[in-house]
Design a protein around this ligand. Structure first.
Ligand SMILES: [Zn+2]
Length: 146
């Protein structure tokens, strides 16, 4: 038992609340004014809180993020840009065919496909194309073949 004071009326009351070690605070009911407030848990042991360590790891990861995407783009080798360009155009081409089929299916009568599916897929294909085009431009910029 440990003595605590009510935050509302200031009466000294005896807390008999029992809380688990992982809880930092314990809720106490005032015997005089009936208000409820929180006080430190005498049984609290912070070393049992595993999630704190996970949180710290995440923070560290964020701060050790090496470079912003733009410089990573410029640091990428010619080969990486060539792969992005070729694969991007191939994937984009195949994707465009799929997108076309999706658009047709979406507008067929008695279809289960919502129009949102070809819309999202088309945007994805467009994104792949833009990436391939950007890599193509970066290669041209490097070798002065504009
Ligand atoms: Zn009170």
């Amino acid at each position: 038992m440990n003595q605590v004071k009510c935050t509302n009326c200031g009466a000294a009351i005896f807390s008999s609340a029992v809380a688990a070690e992982s809880q930092a605070t314990v809720t106490v009911n005032c015997q005089y004014c009936g208000s409820q407030f929180e006080t430190r848990n005498p049984n609290y042991s912070p070393h049992t809180t595993a999630p704190v360590n996970i949180y710290k790891t995440e923070i560290k990861y964020t701060y050790t993020e090496p470079a912003p995407p733009e410089s990573a783009w410029k640091a990428a080798s010619d080969l990486q840009h060539k792969i992005t360009k070729v694969l991007g155009y191939i994937m984009g081409g195949i994707g465009a065919l799929f997108a076309l089929v999706m658009w047709i299916v979406a507008f067929l009568p008695d279809t289960d496909m919502p129009v949102g599916v070809p819309v999202i897929f088309s945007l994805l294909v467009f994104g792949i194309f833009m990436l391939a085009r950007a890599s193509s431009r970066e290669l041209k910029r490097r070798h002065g073949k504009l």
